[in-house]
Write a protein that binds this ligand. Structure first.
Ligand SMILES: CC(C)(COP(=O)(O)OP(=O)(O)OC[C@H]1O[C@@H](n2cnc3c(N)ncnc32)[C@H](O)[C@@H]1OP(=O)(O)O)[C@@H](O)C(=O)NCCC(=O)NCCS
Length: 161
């Protein structure tokens, strides 16, 4: 079940998966499409053997100390992008625990490095903090960021590359 670049044709399937997984964090199809348009190299699709979509990853360059507001268009990449931001990795429940998310983290880290970034950041949600810690991320404690749209357990985390 390999990861491959996300295409525009994947968007409706990835959106359906996102709606099922992120029930508390709705984002419109246009918002995912906007991120794919802004930075296609950061968007991946996990394709199952039968051709269906078992997961997706969305990431892009962004600015230290800011998080994209939930369900808002990015409207392009910030001119002052200085970190690589993982917006979301989501795996269908039936495909979890097989290393797919870890593989996506590694692919996104390679993309970030090749684009010249030395730090990845993300907001962990859905109690995924332990997963990210085991992949080398730790909470950013010394910066105030507005995480209010992402729920009470949202934690701003970083990993140096
Ligand atoms: C968080 C999430 C992406 C993890 O996806 P996943 O594919 O299950 O992750 P992985 O399989 O890579 O890793 C999960 C565990 O399986 C283990 N694993 C890795 N390869 C494995 C294999 N071949 N067989 C069995 N287990 C394996 C990993 O060691 C890992 O355990 P650990 O976290 O205790 O170290 C998934 O739970 C999810 O989609 N959650 C909902 C969306 C979400 O909240 N995303 C995060 C947003 S910030």
């Amino acid at each position: 079940m390999p990861w491959r670049p996300m295409t525009a044709a994947d968007l409706s399937h990835a959106f359906t998966l996102a709606c099922a997984i992120h029930v508390d964090f709705f984002e419109a199809l246009d918002v995912m499409a906007d991120k794919l348009a802004a930075y296609p190299a950061g968007c991946l699709t996990l394709e199952t053997a039968d051709g269906s979509i078992g997961g997706y990853a969305v990431s892009h360059p962004y600015a230290r100390g800011r998080v994209p507001k939930l369900n808002h268009l990015l409207g392009g990449l910030p001119a002052d992008a200085d970190i690589y931001y993982i917006h979301d990795i989501a795996i269908d429940a039936a495909a979890r625990g097989q290393g797919h998310a870890e593989a996506a983290v590694n692919l996104l880290a390679a993309q970030a490095r090749s684009a010249g970034f030395r730090e990845m950041r993300l907001l962990s949600v859905n109690n995924s903090g332990a997963f990210w810690r085991r992949r080398g991320f730790s909470p950013v404690l010394d910066e105030q960021v507005d995480v209010s749209s992402y729920g009470s357990d949202a934690t701003y985390m970083r990993r140096f590359l």
